[in-house]
Ligand binder design. Structure first.
Ligand SMILES: Cc1ncc(COP(=O)(O)O)c(C=O)c1O
Length: 410
């Protein structure tokens, strides 16, 4: 009996189809390699620790225990801490002029849980999900658990290719469309105002649910705040937010904002079944932090650092990358995206680069279809200017090597 169990475990026959069809995060695998301190890593999507206001959070921790006592340790409501939801709603009213209240906000365990909950609530096996191509691999992974069909819509410099999207919408029932409109992961690209307007206009004719996942808009290097395509425009609009990139990812707090009552009610049921509620201690902690500190000032420090790191990377790229390589110029956020000449494989580049102790994420996991690609993601938030220069120099050399060595090309 015991042997039978061991056999089953090895051949994964006891594991559900849904899990067997879901890949582990490729980035988590790469991060294991980058634990070596010799490696300069542009791979992770980690915020710089400058964004963690440790002392202020310590003060808040002491204050909430003294102020609220046992409440901060007790079970709580699924929707989340009301004053925190009020803070989120107020911010949407002030920054985006959205007519939302705390009733439209559900606090989640990071926006990653929001992805899972949306999949759980909306997707039947085989449903069609529109994804930016390339798109956030954590979303591909989260939705994969619900066994949908993916349809990649090319992402252009100014946002989704709306001609392709319109064709797809006309020919198929697209259950939901997932977008990251600001400083997208992985490309760093941002949707133009015109694209946002046209996307909202187009989707008015369909019942597709538009998700605008927005963890990066606060990290803009420019003053302009662009409106959402769907929020305030579409019935089936859902926006996600997160504290991960502006305060800390470790507390795992994010939110879903939607005026669609049916979606909200179902999300609450799904979340009850999943974790009852997000960590209430963390919710009190963040609410207290927001009450007693100037978030705008805090974010300004993060943006200044990221802007200088992004500039340092662009300068090094101009100096060390072969001119055939194309790179996006992000106006905020944490990533840029490089495209090697056609025919070169970024996975082969990765294998070569890692020998030179330099890491990045090859483009492959950001596409819904498998196959060789010539693109890669570079993160600039976690290395100082000297490391950025050295890392890009090494990477430039590795690119030059595969450019010259035709045996390494596809
Ligand atoms: C586009 C996008 N969505 C969601 C997440 C997950 O963030 P959170 O820490 O809020 O779960 C990330 C994290 O990198 C992301 O880039």
């Amino acid at each position: 009996m015991q042997n039978k169990q061991a056999e089953q475990f090895e051949d994964y026959s006891i594991i559900s189809n849904r899990m067997r069809n879901t890949k582990p995060s490729f980035i988590r695998e790469i991060l294991k390699v980058t634990e070596n301190p010799e490696v300069i890593s542009f791979a992770g999507g980690l915020p710089n620790p400058i964004s963690f206001p440790q002392e202020a959070l310590q003060e808040s921790m002491n204050r909430i225990i003294a102020k609220y006592g046992q409440k901060v340790f007790q079970y709580s409501t699924t929707e989340g801490l009301r004053p925190l939801r009020q803070w989120v709603a107020k911010r949407y009213r002030e920054r985006y002029h959205l007519q939302v209240t705390e009733e439209d906000i559900i606090i989640t365990t990071g926006s990653q849980q929001a992805l899972d909950l949306m999949g759980k609530v909306l997707l039947n096996k085989g449903d069609l999900v529109g994804m930016e191509e390339p798109g956030y691999l954590g979303a591909i992974q989260a939705f994969s658990l619900y066994e949908p069909e993916f349809c990649g819509i090319p992402l252009l410099e100014d946002g989704l290719d709306l001609e392709v999207l319109e064709r797809v919408l006309k020919e198929n029932k697209v259950k939901m469309l997932y977008t990251v409109p600001n400083f997208q992961n992985p490309t760093g690209l941002t949707y133009s105002l015109e694209k946002r307007k046209k996307l909202g206009e187009l989707l008015r004719h369909y019942d597709t649910v538009l998700i605008e996942d927005d963890p990066y808009s606060d990290l803009s290097f420019e003053a302009e705040v662009l409106p959402y395509a769907g929020a305030g425009v579409l019935e089936n609009s859902v926006v996600f937010g997160s504290i991960s990139k502006i305060i800390t990812p470790g507390l795992r707090l994010g939110w879903i904002c939607t005026k669609n009552q049916t979606i909200r009610e179902q999300i609450v049921v799904a979340k009850q079944a999943s974790d009852l509620h997000s960590n209430i201690f963390a919710q009190y902690l963040i609410y207290d932090y927001l009450e007693h500190n100037d978030l705008k000032e805090h974010i300004a420090k993060i943006k200044e650092l990221y802007h200088s790191q992004s500039d340092a990377m662009l300068r090094a790229i101009a100096r060390y990358f072969p001119k055939e390589v194309k790179v996006t110029r992000p106006k905020g956020g944490m990533f840029m995206w490089a495209e090697l000449p056609q025919g070169l494989s970024s996975m082969k580049l990765f294998e070569l680069a890692i020998k030179e102790n330099i890491a990045f994420v090859p483009g492959n996991p950001f596409y819904t279809k498998e196959g060789e690609v010539n693109t890669l993601r570079l993160n600039y938030t976690n290395s100082d200017a000297t490391m950025i220069e050295e890392g890009i120099k090494r990477l430039g050399k590795a690119i030059q090597t595969i450019l010259e060595d035709s045996s390494m090309n596809q």
